[in-house]
Design a protein around this ligand. Structure first.
Ligand code: PLP
Length: 377
């Protein structure tokens, strides 16, 4: 059996090595390292793939979120609602801009922001909702867009884990995640579903004016060279990363299909086990791209399971071990534990198994047998 990895970037690279190597070399020889034609071409190709009017490449997914909030003109004192159970980048940029983060509980089934909790958290100061398509599963965008329309709020999708997913609305209309809200962010961190070989990110929007504003913000607030109309940032995707992403984008659907296939095999093996809750798998649509395959284990010493798997050469991880409202940096006396019942439970029960495009049946059989051996049931 091949050694199991949490993410097998090398195996994925080997399959497209020639294209990657030659395009990286071409960029080096072209010397167009910043804002070169590769960046522009990637932008266009990603716009076409997503069916979104504007893609604005930037340096990473955290910057992308920050630039969305700057572009939308959010100001100190504005409240921004987001999920308590996510990676810290989401709440970090809210706090960094002097906005007021309002963390809310999540749904126990799909781990995404709870619609009831959003409704409860809205005040006259609320300006935006930031749903995260956590672990690759699209949040309930029907309900989120409806609430946003009703209360005139902006929706910024954090699509760092969800790229390539398709959301199907109640009326049957389909849209790629990240093309639904007023703006969206994504990350091309190497382990993400569309990863480059360093840092990278992008912003998406269908709003022409907002796109114009954000294109200036990413470039020091310049709309005309050396005229700085607003306070901006320096956030660029470089040409080497762009050429790697151009090589990989045509495989994104195939990669996500491979992840879904691995997820189905995991779930099949755990079927009927009363102590294991497997993640939702939608049979009729592609709303889950399985950035992670995350189990909830019941009546089990989860940390001992983690160790058992690691001792058996199975890398795995706890995404995430601490709710954001309980993190030192984001603690606030406004928060009450009874408002975070689901997140407080999930952080004790979740465990993410190896998930990538190169998992084979032998590895999945071995991993699932080791989980069941420990959990019983
Ligand atoms: C990875 C990630 C980010 C940040 O992306 P970077 O490119 O690492 O800055 C933001 N939000 C979520 C949910 C992520 O998983």
């Amino acid at each position: 059996m091949k050694r199991i990895q949490m993410v097998d970037l090398k195996g994925q690279y080997e399959k497209i090595k020639e294209r990657i190597d030659s395009s990286v070399l071409d960029v080096i020889r072209s010397s167009a390292y910043i804002n070169g034609p590769e960046v522009h071409a990637f932008q266009k190709e990603l716009e076409d793939y997503l069916g979104v009017k504007h893609v604005i490449p930037c340096a990473n997914g955290t910057d992308a979120l920050q630039i969305c909030m700057m572009g939308l003109g959010l100001k100190p004192g504005d409240e921004v609602i987001t999920a308590d159970f996510t990676f810290a980048a989401t709440v970090e940029v809210i706090a960094l801009l002097g906005l007021t983060p309002v963390l809310v509980d999540v749904d126990p089934v799909d781990f995404n922001i709870s619609i009831d909790a959003i409704k409860k958290a809205i005040t006259p100061k609320t300006k935006a909702i930031v749903p995260v398509h956590l672990f690759g599963k699209a949040a309930n965008m029907d309900a989120i867009m409806e609430i946003a329309n009703e209360h005139e709020l902006f929706v910024i999708e954090d699509n760092a884990q969800g790229i390539g997913g398709t959301y199907t609305f109640a009326d049957g209309k389909k849209q790629k995640t990240g093309a639904i809200g007023h703006a969206a962010s994504t990350s091309f961190f190497p382990s993400k579903n569309l990863g480059c070989y360093g840092d990278g990110g992008a912003i998406f929007t269908n709003d022409d004016d907002l796109a114009h504003t954000m294109r200036g913000i990413v470039n020091h607030g310049m709309y005309k060279r050396y005229y700085h109309d607003v306070v901006g940032v320096n956030s660029r995707l470089d040409s080497i990363q762009a050429t790697i992403l151009r090589a990989k984008l045509p495989y994104l659907d195939e990669y996500n299909t491979a992840r879904r296939a691995a997820a189905r095999k995991y779930t099949e093996a755990f079927k009927g086990n009363a102590k294991i809750i497997t993640p939702v798998i939608c049979e009729s649509c592609d709303c889950h791209v399985f950035h992670q395959y995350t189990l909830r284990v019941l009546d089990t010493d989860r940390d001992a399971l983690l160790k058992h798997l690691q001792d058996n050469a199975i890398p795995c991880a706890i995404y995430y071990p601490v709710p954001l409202h309980a993190q030192k940096a984001y603690a606030d006396e406004r928060y009450k534990e009874e408002d975070f019942i689901v997140t407080n439970q999930l952080v004790k029960e979740v465990i993410s198994l190896p998930m990538h495009t190169e998992l084979d049946d032998e590895q999945i059989a071995y991993i699932t047998s080791k989980v069941i051996e420990f959990v019983g049931g």
